[in-house]
Design a protein. Structure first.
Length: 213
């Protein structure tokens, strides 16, 4: 594997790699694919929140009173990039049920080839929240970089990007546009092909999630 850039955290846990292998398989149908994306997102949420701060508290157990720890008032927003990012939301909410969910919709202008926002709905207090942008694939990086830009323009400050599979080209693009954003990925693949698909990748994540072509 090539050297991992400083802004990328690769999640190499055996369970993650096992589930990712099944996800890649062309024989995996939409039902199982959706379940795996949910499970992988949950595992990624566990790992990517490792730096959340704790606050001391006191609880009374059936035996005695004791000092323990809780999250220090952390507020989270999960922002899927439509449409494939929707598949990752439920898994994260399993671990962070108090998180708010926003949505960003982008399409690529056929003439300029640049991402254009067609939908954006965010929590009103987005600037006070730790933001998780989620999208299964980081290919060219154009959509992710645009989503980060749109969120920052609306006040978001603490942003992290969670993807299942990343291409080096996408990592480079996001790092150039937003060097302060950490990228969490289950795998960093080889390259993009002439059609912009990640190799070896898993195909079109949105089509495989929703059974479309």
């Amino acid at each position: 594997m090539d050297q991992v850039p400083a802004n990328v955290v690769l999640m190499e846990h055996p369970l993650i790699q096992h589930k990712l292998s099944i996800l890649r398989d062309v024989r995996t149908g939409s039902k199982v694919f959706r379940e795996l994306v949910k499970e992988l997102a949950m595992l990624m949420a566990f790992e990517s929140t490792r730096d959340f701060q704790l606050a001391e508290t006191t609880v009374t157990t059936p035996i005695t009173e004791t000092t323990t720890w809780v999250l220090a008032g952390k507020k989270v927003a999960v922002i899927p990039i439509l449409r494939a990012g929707l598949g990752m939301v439920e898994g994260i909410l399993e671990l962070l049920p108090a998180a708010r969910v926003g949505h960003i919709g982008l399409y690529r202008d056929p003439e300029t080839l640049k991402p254009v926002e067609y939908y954006c709905k965010l929590p009103a207090d987005i600037g006070e929240r730790d933001v998780m942008i989620v999208d299964p694939m980081l290919a060219t990086g154009g959509s992710a970089a645009a989503a980060i830009e749109f969120l920052k323009a609306r006040g978001a400050r603490n942003i992290r990007l969670l993807v299942l599979i990343a291409a080096p080209e996408g990592i480079k693009a996001v790092a150039a546009a937003a060097p302060d954003v950490k990228i969490y990925a289950c795998a960093m693949d080889s390259h993009l092909n002439d059609h912009g698909y990640i190799v070896p990748g898993l195909g079109d994540a949105g089509d495989r999630l929703f059974g479309t072509k």
